[in-house]
Design a protein around this ligand. Structure first.
Ligand SMILES: Cc1cc2nc3c(=O)[nH]c(=O)nc-3n(C[C@H](O)[C@H](O)[C@H](O)COP(=O)(O)OP(=O)(O)OC[C@H]3O[C@@H](n4cnc5c(N)ncnc54)[C@H](O)[C@@H]3O)c2cc1C
Length: 395
């Protein structure tokens, strides 16, 4: 395992740094720092996406033929690291990094030509319709019904916790096309236009005051059979393929280090204002604990990078990364709220559309509240531990 970058890789790092210095606008940096939600504002994400598309760097993970890059895994790692370091936002992955790989692997030529350019340009903004009331961790028990009617399906039922459904123009859905066999059989993967008659989106307001997730109802929605990805009743294998990208898609340590730097600044400000602040060093000890765990995550990521560069896939390590990253982010959020103290009570209600807040300080409490959900979305912490117990520890 060689953890040092080569001369060529260091040159690439310089090229990325220069591009970011010249092309990452201040409003995007501020919007990212002040964001209290899982994803940054749609407008900010799309503005940054357009800049990256122009450069050809929006989706390094995609193959060159569809507008991606031919970068090595190490170059992709360097790019991601430098973007976070410069304060750039994560692009919203729902279409770009979750649906697109499924279309590339299992979609028809017509679907590839129709959807991939629109996902890349941002013309199509997607949401993910997997979970249902009663089908989350146990996803295979989903019930959203799609009945065949000539060259259409008639879809009835609902999806829940659908992030950004109120902003999306399309949804990719797992639907039940057959109930006769094992639950994993009889699931199909459908692409649905949110403007289709019978699609109704109802907001779910989180305890952070955000409108981020929704319940989506389908009332006799007609969907062309040509919108189905792959074969009927084979959707479970496409769904699992997508989840590999949702859970294992990306490195987190630099995003977390960026947050830790904000926290350090917050602590420094508190000390300037009050020389007695943290006089027993409790906060410093907690920060040191985070620093140690973050170093361990960084090394784990480099180890995974090293094996991916050698041709293997991340495997169950992505569960370890999700667990650790969530724990670290939530720890940083908790310490930041402690540092704020009574000031944490002064949280303005968040106006509709989550406009950019005035400064990072105002995002601390919303971020703390919002990030509790990281223990659940993308597969809960308990489910990740089950995977580690089975696949790593052989229990
Ligand atoms: C903020 C947020 C955004 C989301 N966005 C989306 C989205 O865009 N699209 C989408 O489809 N879904 C989305 N989800 C849904 C998410 O994937 C599910 O909430 C998650 O899979 C858990 O399912 P559940 O809520 O039904 O809880 P359940 O599966 O009912 O789990 C309840 C509790 O039981 C535990 N548990 C369940 N099974 C086991 C087991 N076998 N062993 C040990 N413990 C277990 C869980 O860990 C959890 O603590 C989102 C969720 C949140 C919170």
């Amino acid at each position: 395992m060689n953890l040092n970058f080569s001369h060529k890789e260091l040159q690439f790092q310089d090229e990325v740094r220069q591009f970011l210095a010249e092309n990452l606008p201040t409003n995007i940096i501020e919007g990212t720092a002040n964001n209290g939600s899982v994803f940054v504002e749609k407008d900010i994400a799309l503005e940054w996406q357009a800049i990256l598309v122009k450069k050809g760097w929006a989706v390094p993970q995609w193959p060159l033929e569809h507008g991606g890059t031919d970068w090595t895994p190490t170059q992709k790692y360097i790019f991601s690291k430098e973007c976070y370091h410069a304060g750039a936002p994560m692009l919203i992955p729902l279409g770009l990094l979750m649906l697109a790989p499924v279309i590339m692997a299992f979609g028809s030529d017509q679907q590839k030509a129709e959807y991939l350019p629109k996902i890349l340009s941002g013309e199509h903004y997607w949401c993910q319709g997997y979970s249902e009331p009663g089908a989350g961790s146990d996803l295979a028990s989903l019930k959203l019904k799609a009945e065949s009617d000539g060259d259409h399906y008639i879809v009835n039922g609902s999806k829940i916790w659908t992030t950004h459904a109120h902003l999306a123009d399309h949804i990719f859905c797992l639907v039940r096309t057959d109930s006769s066999g094992k639950p994993q059989h009889g699931i199909s993967f459908l692409l649905i236009d949110m403007a289709a008659p019978g699609v109704i989106v109802k907001p779910i307001i989180t305890m952070a005051g955000d409108h981020e997730v929704n319940q989506v109802f389908f009332d006799n929605v007609r969907v062309p059979v040509s919108n189905r990805i792959g074969e009927e009743n084979k959707g479970w294998s496409y769904a699992k393929y997508l989840l590999e990208f949702e859970r294992g898609g990306g490195f987190n340590s630099d995003r977390i280090r960026h947050e830790l730097n904000h926290l350090r600044q917050l602590i420094a400000d508190a000390k300037t204002n009050d020389p007695q602040f943290d006089r027993h060093g409790d906060i410093e000890r907690q920060v040191a604990r985070v620093e140690i765990d973050l170093k361990a995550l960084e090394i784990t990521e480099l180890r995974i990078l090293s094996s991916v560069s050698g041709g293997s896939t991340p495997g169950p390590e992505s569960s370890i990364m999700k667990l650790t990253a969530t724990h670290l982010e939530q720890s940083i959020n908790e310490i930041a709220v402690d540092v704020l103290g009574y000031d944490g009570f002064v949280m303005d209600p968040i106006p509709k559309g989550n406009p950019v807040r005035a400064n990072y300080r105002n995002a601390i409490v919303p971020r703390y509240l919002n990030n509790r959900a990281a223990s659940i979305f993308g597969g809960s912490q308990e489910i990740q531990r089950n995977i580690i117990a089975k696949m790593v520890l052989g229990l």
